[in-house]
Each structure stands twice: as structure tokens, then as C-alpha cells.
Design a protein. Structure first.
Length: 215
């Protein structure tokens, strides 16, 4: 059992799922919602990769191998990026906390806060962008993947949608210190990302289950 003052160290690509979940559940600020969003995005990409790996070389899908390999490359890159964001989100938050603890007027305090605050916005925004890309790839391969893996493709899509929404939440919670014009631009970008993701998921999920029901 963890004590209230226990602190589990920064988590990255080398951390086991069990240790990550233990850290996320603990009474400590990181890993928090941003890192969990990134993990969901990495899981989304991995499910998409599995679907494609079971489709490349499948009898009857030979004509689509080029498109499938391209999709696999994008999904693999997306998974790697999400795992990078997982650690970057924690590092950004910890840098912000450290800068805020400096005495008022200390050299580097304000610049440190500004730089870390920007990262706390940019990292989850990048997560959302990547999640939408994962959704787009899934949308493009519904008709050309192994039909027995379609439910896994649906899992990929739903996790990518959740990643988009939750990453945007983590962007919005850090906008308070920005001036009005910058905040407005970022909010508009977030709205576009969620809108695009919503459009894709509304289109792709019915197509997945339509194909499932026709098998």
C-alpha cells in the first residue's frame, strides 16, 4: 500500500502497465490526465496496427497491400508519438510546478512558467492531432481489412475518439494564463479537432458494423 507521501517516479516507454496504473492512482500529480490520454492513444494505434498486421498477406486482400503497409506505418508512428507524449506531458507539468515554486521575482521564474505553460498546452494538443490522424487511417481501411478483426478496429476508433476529447480537456485547462487572442486561436483549433474526430467516428463505426453484419 502506498503511503500519502510516496512518490512514484516519472513514467515513460520502459514502465510496465501495472506500475503506470499504480502511479496514476497514487496521491501525486503525475502521471495524470494528460499521460493517461496519451496511453489511450497509444492503445488505439496498437489496435489499428494489429488489425492491419492480420490483413497484410491475407488471402483476398493482396490488391490492398500497398495501402495497408502505408496505414501500418502511420499507425506505428502514431503509437511511438503517443508514448513520447506520455513522458513529455509529465515533464511539462513538473517543470511548471517547479517554476511556480520559485520565490516571486527570482531569476527565470516568469520565463520558466511561460515556457512550461506553453508545453502543457502543446503536448496534449499534439496528442489530439495524432489521435485524429489515427481515426482517419482507421476510416480509410474499413473495407480492406480482415473482416474478423473489425471489432478491434472499432476499439481503435473509440479509443482514438476518447483520446481526442480528453487531450483537448487537458489543453483547455491550461489556457487561463494566455492572452485573449492566443486563447481564442487554440480554442478554435480544439473545436476543429473534436469536430473532425466526431465526424469520422460517426461515419466509421456504422460502416464497421455494417460490414460485420454482412459477413
Amino acid at each position: 500500500m502506498l503511503g500519502e507521501n510516496s512518490e512514484i517516479p516519472l513514467h515513460d516507454q520502459t514502465t510496465t502497465i501495472e506500475k503506470f496504473l499504480e502511479a496514476a492512482a497514487a496521491k501525486q500529480p503525475t502521471p495524470g490526465g494528460g499521460s493517461v490520454s496519451a496511453l489511450a492513444g497509444a492503445l488505439a494505434a496498437s489496435m489499428g496496427e494489429m488489425v492491419v498486421n492480420y490483413s497484410i498477406g491475407k488471402k483476398g486482400l493482396e490488391a490492398h497491400v500497398g495501402q495497408l503497409r502505408e496505414a501500418l506505418s502511420v499507425l506505428h508512428r502514431g503509437r511511438e508519438m503517443m508514448m513520447g507524449f506520455l513522458a513529455e506531458d509529465q515533464a511539462a507539468y513538473e517543470a511548471l510546478t517547479a517554476a511556480r515554486k520559485l520565490p516571486a521575482g527570482a531569476v527565470g521564474r516568469e520565463s520558466g512558467i511561460a515556457a512550461a505553460s506553453l508545453l502543457c498546452i502543446q503536448v496534449p494538443e499534439s496528442m489530439a492531432i495524432t489521435a485524429v490522424e489515427i481515426l482517419g487511417v482507421a476510416d480509410s481501411i474499413v473495407e480492406i481489412v480482415n473482416k474478423y478483426l473489425l471489432s478491434d478496429l472499432a476499439v481503435c476508433c473509440e479509443l482514438a475518439m476518447a483520446t481526442t476529447r480528453t487531450a483537448v480537456y487537458n489543453v483547455r485547462v491550461n489556457l487561463a494564463d494566455l492572452d485573449g487572442e492566443k486563447r481564442k486561436r487554440i480554442e478554435e483549433t480544439c473545436e476543429r479537432l473534436v469536430g473532425r474526430a466526431t465526424g469520422i467516428i460517426r461515419r466509421v463505426i456504422p460502416r464497421i458494423w455494417e460490414r460485420v453484419s454482412s459477413t
